[in-house]
Ligand binder design. Sequence first.
Ligand code: ATP
Length: 330
Amino acid sequence: MTETIAPSTVANVITADYTIVIQNLTKRYPGRREAALDNLNLSIPSSQILGLIGANGAGKTTLLKIIATLISSSGGDVLVNNVSVRKKPQEVRRLIGYLPDDFGLYEEMRVGEYLEYFAACYGIQGKARSRLVNELLQLVDLGDRRKESLRGLSRGMKQRLGLARCLVNDPQILLLDEPANGLDPRARIELRELLRELSRMGKTIVLSSNILVDMNECCDTLAVLAGGKLTAHGPVSQISSQGESQKNRSVSIRVINQADLAKAYEAARAFPPVVEDSIEVDQAGLRLELTLVGDEPTCAALLSHLIASGVPIVHFGQTAARLEEIFLES
Ligand code: ATP
């Protein structure tokens, strides 16, 4: 006997392992020719940290706001735990904690009061509220600052308090817009550790940033946005190695004398992976600086080519372009 599966069951099977499923999502702002999001498809597994990276204007904030149900899409949909942001925004809101990039704090309040206030907004009363506030303050390492005024907190502390505020209703999903923005290196490390802790607690976290170092060390997967389109998506190691192998390398070559410098210049120009306009000659330093499109074996081939052209090389150095240069070109 053949068993038929009801359409709703099929949808559940397809999205079961994903907390957020973004389907053909498009956003056009009135008066704008270019779409801010252009037919975006992306699935975010449960309990993972996804880093959304992209240059200014790539569409990161727009995407987070649509998932958070703060603005509506022009086409497509997002399913959060199989619930459509278009059809049931109220239901989705209960699952989500959203930290905007410019969230405001009531500076005249004290740390504990601030969380008490938000807990009260969610209808949490009495002892349960005190217990929750204590737990959250411990979690974000502000337990000993409970009575301090928000005005006196460092930026990193304010960011951690903002995160605690997002956790008041115990959402399964956290959407964080540029949470590391403006933090010093130590505060960024603390934030990273906190996010990893929240991930271990089972939260699914989507955060945007254009500081890739942070993303590399904190995220499980990366999604790269450019002009509202998804240009790369995968595990951090895969995206990083993709960048390493695909793009430009800076090469520095030093020779013994002016005659060899001229020879090296001609030989480099005749090697196609070298970007011709990029060759810079440092006469005094007997050095060539150039850009080469390719990977390490391409660099090795350039070195062999120079030697075969009769150029004695004193120094040959190469560095890969940084991920920022690869992915965040606007
Ligand atoms: P940033 O890193 O600068 O915050 P982003 O990647 O978050 O950038 P968005 O803020 O989502 O990008 O903007 C995507 C595009 O949509 C940009 O071209 C932006 O100018 C445009 N945009 C964003 N909000 C609006 C709006 N309210 N009205 C019109 N255009 C908008």
